[in-house]
Structures are given as C-alpha cells and as structure tokens.
Design a protein around this ligand. Structure first.
Ligand SMILES: [Fe+2]
Ligand SMILES: [Fe+2]
Length: 172
C-alpha cells in the first residue's frame, strides 16, 4: 500500500477504535437518561465502528501485527515502559492536582500493567506455547492472572464475581 493511504488507514483504525468506546459510553448515558431507543442507536453504531476498526486494521495488519515472538516482545516492552514511565508520571500529576480518583485509577492500572508485563515475560522466557490454560481478568482494574481465580483482586480488592475468564472457548 502507498505511504499516504497506509497512514490514513492506520489513523482511521485508531479513530474508529476510540469511537467504539465513546459510543458505548454514550449508550450508557442514554440508558441512565431513560431513552432506550437512543441507547440502542449508540450501541448499534458502536458495533458498526468496531467493524470499521477491524476492517481498517485488516488492511494495515502488516504495519501493526508481526510474528508472535515479535508481538510478545513488543507487548512486554510496552507494558514495562507504561508501568515504569508513563503511569508514574500521570500519578504524580494527578496527586499534584489533588485528583484522587485519577491517581487511584492510574496507580491500579500501573500495578495491573506490571502483572501484564510479567505474564508476557513468562511467555517469552518459559516455554508456555504447548500449554493451553485459562486466564482470569479483573474487570474493575485490569489485573490478569494465570493462576486460580483469587478470593479477591490483589490490586483493587474486587470479589471473584468481578472476574472474567478467558479460555479456549474465546478463541475463534
Ligand atoms: Fe496491559
Ligand atoms: Fe482488580
């Protein structure tokens, strides 16, 4: 693909992916305001934007998606850098401005990202490619574990009901 188009497709992918989450939030708001039809409209269009994001990504896959070893290493480094650099800076700014809710969200995200990094590291350096086992994800803070479902989330304290399990059934 030619350079300009490639960049446009990539930007469109980012835009549509953001729109997906924004429209889900709009749908939730419409539900709170008790206008279910508008909630459904936002929900439906969110789904459509997800289709666009996915199609755009499909066109520039080579730009984003590499072989699994490369993807693992890239993801590991990203998690490491975000938990060691970006989030600590965000936490400091939030604390300086007295924004406690943001400081908490950032610090739980930082902790969760460092667990993500450990899981990637394990995948890179241990041989786990021949094993298929489930992961549990805290839907409150994003903590992920490959061990048994915890009694409560070690980062945010959420109970087991707040965990989502990803297993073989979730693979296409
Ligand atoms: Fe992460
Ligand atoms: Fe959590």
């Amino acid at each position: 693909m030619k350079e300009k188009t490639k960049q446009n497709v990539y930007n469109a992918f980012i835009g549509e992916a953001k729109a997906y989450f924004r429209l889900l939030a709009f749908a939730k708001k419409a539900q709170e305001e008790e206008v279910p039809q508008i909630a459904l409209l936002f929900r439906a269009i969110a789904e459509a934007e997800k289709v666009h994001a996915s199609r755009h990504l499909g066109l520039v896959k080579d730009l984003v998606v590499k072989d699994t070893d490369t993807n693992l290493m890239k993801s590991f480094k990203k998690e490491q850098s975000i938990s060691e650099n970006e989030y600590p800076d965000f936490i400091k700014d939030a604390q300086d401005e007295g924004e406690e809710a943001a400081a908490l969200t950032f610090s739980q995200a930082r902790d969760a990202e460092s667990f993500h990094a450990k899981l990637y590291e394990k995948a890179i350096y241990d041989v786990i490619k021949d094993i298929v086992k489930e992961y549990h994800i805290c839907t409150v803070c994003g903590y992920v574990t490959d061990r048994k479902l915890p009694d409560k989330c070690p980062i945010c304290g959420a109970p087991p009901e707040k965990f989502k399990t990803i297993d073989e059934k979730d693979l296409d």
